[in-house]
Design a protein around this ligand. Structure first.
Ligand code: MCN
Ligand code: CUM
Length: 782
C-alpha cells in the first residue's frame, strides 16, 4: 500500500488496466512547437520599494525575448488580480514588494537555461522598508502598514456562537482550563511543483492553458473575469489539467506565474511554459495554518464539558488569498467543538496582514479543520489531566451520543451521523490501551518516558450546500456527465480533478455498482474544461461527497431511461420490471430480461417511438448537507532522555468515512494522510526572522517526512453511513492529516505529564523536547 507525496494515482496496481492505459503526462512533459520559457525574478527583501528595474543586461543574453514588469502589465490592467477571498493580489509589483521571494519581473526566453540566465541578469534596485512579521505587532497602534490600500493591518473580524451564554457558562464553571497554541505555517511540497503551459492561438483566438490546477473550471472563470477585457472570453479559454503530481491544496490558488505566462503567450503569439523550481514552490506559494489560538474549556468537576471559547489571530501574509468558501473567512474552523456535546461555545477570529506570502488553506485540510481539531483535541487532554481523569474515559463521557444524530453543534453545524464511542473503543482494543497504561506506570517508576495520545476527531467535508457555500459567488456544487455507448461501454466526465486520489478507479466503481457495466468498460475523465461538465474541483475532500453523489444520481437517471427502453423491448409495463445489477427482468419471470448492454444498443437502434435516442445523463449535485467523517487515533511514543528524540512505537488509526467505495484506496489515503499529519507534529515549519527572511526555504531546513521517520500505520474501520449521501459515503482524503497531529502531541505530553508538562508546541523537534527534559531535570547527562 503506497501513497507517495503525489505521483499520479494514489493506488495503481499492476493488474489494473488503468495503470497501463494511464496517460502518464505531466505539464512539464508538454512540448509545443516554438514554445518559450518563462522564469521569474524574485525579491530578496520582505518589504521594499522598487527603485529601478534594468533589463538591459538580460535582454543582451542570446535567447532572451522579453522582460515583463508590473508597469508593463499595468497598461493592460493586469498588474493586480482578485484573490479567491475577494482581496487583491499583485501579479507583478508596480512599485513595492511585500514578501521575500515575491515575483518582481518575468523573463521570457527560447530555452529554460536562457530564461534562468536572464533572471540572474535583471538588475533591480530596492529601497528596503520596515517589515511586519509578527501578527500581534501588526495589530498594534502605529504599526507599519503592510498594504497601502488598506486602513490598517487588520483584515477582518469574524465571530460565531453565543457569547453571552458562553461567558455565563465560564462564570458558573467548576473547572476552567486555558491554553495558547500556535499552529505554525507549513507548506505541502508536492512532488510536482506548480506550473503551466499557456498557449494562445492567434488565428482561432483561443487560449489553451495546460496547468497543474485542482480546480480547472474555476480557473477558467477567473481568467475570463481577469482578462475578459483583453478578448479572453470564457468560451475561448480551455483549461486542461493533465496528470498532477500531488495537489494537497497548494494547487487551488491562482499564482502570478500563470498570469505572466498567459500575458507572455498573448503578447508573443507563442506557447509559454512556466514551471516553478523547488525553492520557489516552498518560498512563495500559498501556505497553510499560521493560527495563533487562545482556547478555554469549561467543565464540571466530574468531567462534563460545558463550554468552549476560542480567540484566534490568523496570519494571512500580505493578502487574504485563502480558498475558503466566501461566507467563512476562517474556513470551517468553527467545527472546533469537535466530537463533544457542548451546550455553548463562542469563537472569534481576526485576520491580519504581515509581510509574508499569501494564503492559505493548503496542506490537506478542509478549510481550517486541522486547526480546529488540534485545538479541541489538545484542550480535551488538558482538561482530562486537570481533573485527573483518563483521557479516553473523559472523551467517552463527553462524546455526542449516537442517538443524537443529526446533531446541531453549539457553533451551528448539523452533523449528519456518528458513533464516536465505537471508533474509540475499537482503537483502544487494537492498541491494547489498558495494558499500555499499566506498562506506562511501571516504566515511570523506572524513570522511562512513555506516552499514549488519543485524538478523536470529527472532520467536515463535502462543500457544499449552495445556500451556504460559494467561491467568488460560484456555488460549490459538482457534476458528473455519463454517456453509454451503443456497445454498452461508457464514458463519464466530472467537474473534479484527481491529483493522485484514484478517481479513475473509484468513480468507475460507483457507476459500475449503479449500472452494472463492468468498471473496466467505463472511461473516467476529468480536468478538461472543453469536455467536462462545470464543477468546482477537488479539494476539501469534496469529490466523493459531491461529485461521487453526482455519479450515482447521473447513473440513476440513465437507469430510469433504461427501464423505459427495457419495457419496450420486453413488451412489459415499466412497473412490472425489476432491476438487478446489470439487467431489468419481468417480475416473477427472471428469464425475460434485458441486460444494460442490450438496452444500450437498443437506445441507438430500436428505441421506442417518441423517445429521444441515446443513453446519457448529467447531474449537477447540490448536497443537502456536508458529511462528517470521524475517527479515533492512538499514538504510543517513547522519548529518548539522552537526545529528546520521540520514537513512535505504535500508531492505530480507526477511520469512519461512511460506506467505503474502495477500501484499498481509502487505506492509501489514510497512510499518506497520517504521514502528512506526523510531519507538522515533528518536522515541518516555515519560520521567518525579524526581517522577514524565510527560514526553511529548502529541504535542508524544511524537513519532509521520509520512510525513515514514518512508522508502521495500523488501520481499522467502523462504518457509519451518511444518511443524506446517495451511497452513504463521506470524504476521507484529509481525515488522517487533520486527525493525527494532536494524537502525537497528546502522546508526548502524556509521557511528560507527571513532570508537570501540560502542553507542547509543534513541531516537537528533538531540540524542543530536549529543552523540556532539561528544564524538568530528566535529561540524561551527556
Ligand atoms: N473514497 C472511497 N470511499 C469513501 C471516501 C473516499 O473509496 N467513503 C475514495 C474516493 O473515491 C477517492 C479517494 O478515496 O478516490 C479520496 O476521496 P475524497 O475523500 O472524496 O477526497 P478527494 O478525492 O476530494 O481528494 C481531495 C483530498 C484533499 S483535499 C487533499 S488536500 C489530498 C487528498 O485528497 N490531496 C492528495 N489526498 C491526496 N492524495 C494524493 N495521492 N495526492 C494528493 O494531492
Ligand atoms: Cu486544503 S488541502 Mo485539500 O483541501 O486540497
Amino acid at each position: 500500500m503506497v501513497e507517495c507525496r503525489g505521483l499520479g494515482h494514489s493506488v495503481r496496481r499492476k493488474e489494473d488496466p488503468r495503470f497501463i492505459r494511464g496517460k502518464g503526462h505531466y505539464v512539464d512533459d508538454i512540448k509545443l512547437p516554438g514554445m518559450l520559457y518563462l522564469d521569474i525574478v524574485r525579491s530578496p527583501y520582505a518589504h521594499a520599494k522598487i527603485v529601478k528595474i534594468d533589463p538591459s543586461k538580460a535582454l543582451a543574453i542570446p535567447g532572451v525575448a522579453a522582460v515583463v514588469t508590473g508597469k508593463d502589465l499595468e497598461k493592460y490592467g493586469l498588474a493586480w488580480m482578485p484573490t479567491l477571498m475577494s482581496d487583491k493580489q499583485m501579479v507583478l509589483p508596480i512599485d513595492t514588494v511585500k514578501y521575500q521571494a515575491q515575483e518582481v519581473a518575468a523573463v521570457v526566453a527560447t530555452s529554460r537555461y536562457a530564461a534562468a540566465d536572464g533572471v540572474a541578469a535583471v538588475e533591480v534596485e530596492y529601497d528596503p522598508l520596515p517589515v511586519v512579521v509578527d501578527p500581534f505587532k501588526a495589530l498594534e497602534k502605529g504599526a507599519t502598514k503592510v498594504r497601502d490600500d488598506k486602513e490598517s493591518n487588520h483584515i477582518w473580524h469574524w465571530e460565531t456562537g453565543d457569547k453571552a451564554k458562553t461567558d455565563q457558562a465560564f462564570k458558573d464553571a467548576e473547572v476552567v482550563v486555558e491554553q495558547k497554541l500556535h499552529i505554525p505555517r507549513i507548506h505541502v511540497a508536492s512532488i510536482e511543483t506548480c506550473g503551466c503551459v499557456a498557449s494562445w492561438e492567434p488565428i482561432e483566438g483561443k487560449l489553451t492553458m495546460y496547468m497543474t490546477t485542482q480546480a480547472p473550471h474555476a480557473i477558467r472563470t477567473v481568467i475570463a473575469l481577469v482578462a475578459g477585457h483583453l478578448g479572453l472570453s470564457e468560451e475561448r479559454i480551455r483549461v486542461i489539467s493533465p496528470d498532477i503530481g500531488g495537489g494537497f491544496g497548494g494547487k487551488v490558488p491562482v499564482y502570478p506565474g500563470y498570469v505572466c505566462a498567459i500575458a507572455a503567450s498573448v503578447l508573443t503569439g507563442k506557447p509559454v511554459k512556466w514551471i516553478e523550481d523547488r525553492s520557489e514552490n516552498l518560498q512563495a506559494d500559498s501556505f497553510a495554518r499560521d493560527y495563533h489560538i487562545d482556547a478555554a474549556l469549561a467543565a464540571t468537576k466530574d468531567g462534563r464539558l460545558t463550554a468552549l471559547r476560542i480567540k484566534t489571530v490568523a496570519d494571512h501574509g500580505y493578502t487574504d488569498a485563502a480558498a475558503n468558501p466566501s461566507k467563512y473567512p476562517a474556513g470551517l474552523f468553527h467545527v472546533a467543538t469537535g466530537s463533544y456535546d457542548f451546550k455553548s461555545a463562542h469563537m472569534e477570529v481576526d485576520g491580519v496582514y504581515t509581510n509574508k506570502p499569501p494564503g492559505g488553506i493548503a496542506y490537506r485540510c478542509s478549510f481550517r479543520v486541522t486547526e480546529a481539531v488540534h485545538t479541541i483535541e489538545r484542550m480535551a487532554d488538558i482538561m482530562a489531566h486537570e481533573i485527573g481523569m483518563d483521557p479516553a474515559e473523559f472523551r467517552m463521557k463527553n462524546f455526542i451520543a449516537p442517538d443524537k444524530f443529526p446533531y446541531t453543534s453549539a457553533l451551528g453545524w448539523e452533523y449528519d451521523s456518528g458513533n464516536y464511542g465505537k471508533a474509540l473503543r475499537l482503537a483502544m482494543d487494537m492498541v491494547g490501551y489498558e495494558d499500555l497504561r499499566k506498562e506506562q506506570k511501571k516504566k515511570r517508576e523506572k524513570g522511562e518516558l512513555m506516552g499514549i495520545g488519543i485524538s478523536s476527531f470529527t472532520e467536515i467535508v463535502g462543500a457544499g450546500p449552495s445556500k451556504q457555500f460559494d467561491i467568488l459567488g460560484i456555488k460549490m456544487f459538482d457534476s458528473c456527465e455519463i454517456r453509454v455507448h451503443p456497445t454498452g461501454k461508457a464514458i463519464a466526465r466530472f467537474g473534479t480533478k484527481s491529483q493522485g486520489q484514484g478517481h479513475e478507479t473509484t468513480y468507475a466503481q460507483i457507476l459500475a455498482e449503479e449500472l452494472g457495466i463492468p468498471p473496466e468498460h467505463i472511461q473516467v475523465e476529468e480536468g478538461d474544461t472543453d469536455t467536462a461538465p462545470y464543477g468546482l474541483g477537488t479539494y476539501a475532500s469534496r469529490s466523493t461527497p459531491v461529485a461521487g453523489a453526482a455519479a450515482a444520481l447521473a447513473a440513476r437517471k440513465v437507469r430510469d431511461k433504461a427501464r423505459k427502453i427495457a419495457a419496450h423491448l420486453l413488451e412489459a409495463a415499466e412497473e412490472d420490471l425489476e432491476w438487478e445489477r446489470g439487467k431489468f427482468f419481468v417480475k416473477g419471470s427472471p428469464d425475460r430480461a434485458k441486460t444494460i448492454q442490450e438496452i444500450a444498443f437498443a437506445a441507438y437502434t430500436n428505441h421506442p417511438q417518441g423517445m429521444e435516442a441515446g443513453l446519457e445523463a448529467v447531474s449537477y449535485y447540490d448536497p443537502p448537507n456536508l458529511t462528517f467523517p470521524f475517527g479515533s487515533y492512538i499514538a504510543v511514543v517513547d522519548i529518548d532522555r539522552g537526545t529528546g528524540q520521540v520514537h513512535i512505537r505504535r500508531f492505530v488509526a480507526v477511520d469512519d468515512c461512511g460506506v467505503r467505495i474502495n477500501p484499498m484506496i481509502v487505506e492509501g489515503q489514510v497512510h499518506g494522510g497520517l504521514t502528512m499529519g506526523m510531519a507538522p507534529a515533528f518536522l515541518e515549519e516555515i519560520a521567518y526572522d525579524e526581517n522577514g527572511n524565510i527560514r526553511g526555504g529548502n529541504f535542508m531546513e524544511y524537513l519532509l517526512p521520509t520512510a525513515m521517520e514514518t512508522p508502521n500505520w495500523e488501520t481499522g474501520e467502523t462504518v457509519t453511513p451518511s444518511p443524506h449521501h446517495p451511497i452513504g459515503a463521506k470524504g476521507v482524503g484529509e481525515s488522517a492529516t487533520v486527525g493525527a497531529p494532536p494524537a502525537f502531541v497528546n502522546a508526548v505530553v502524556d509521557a511528560l505529564s507527571h513532570l508537570g508538562v501540560r502542553h507542547m508546541e509543534i513541531p516537537m523537534t528533538p531540540a524542543r523536547v530536549w529543552q523540556v527534559l532539561k528544564e524538568k531535570g530528566v535529561a540524561l547527562a551527556r
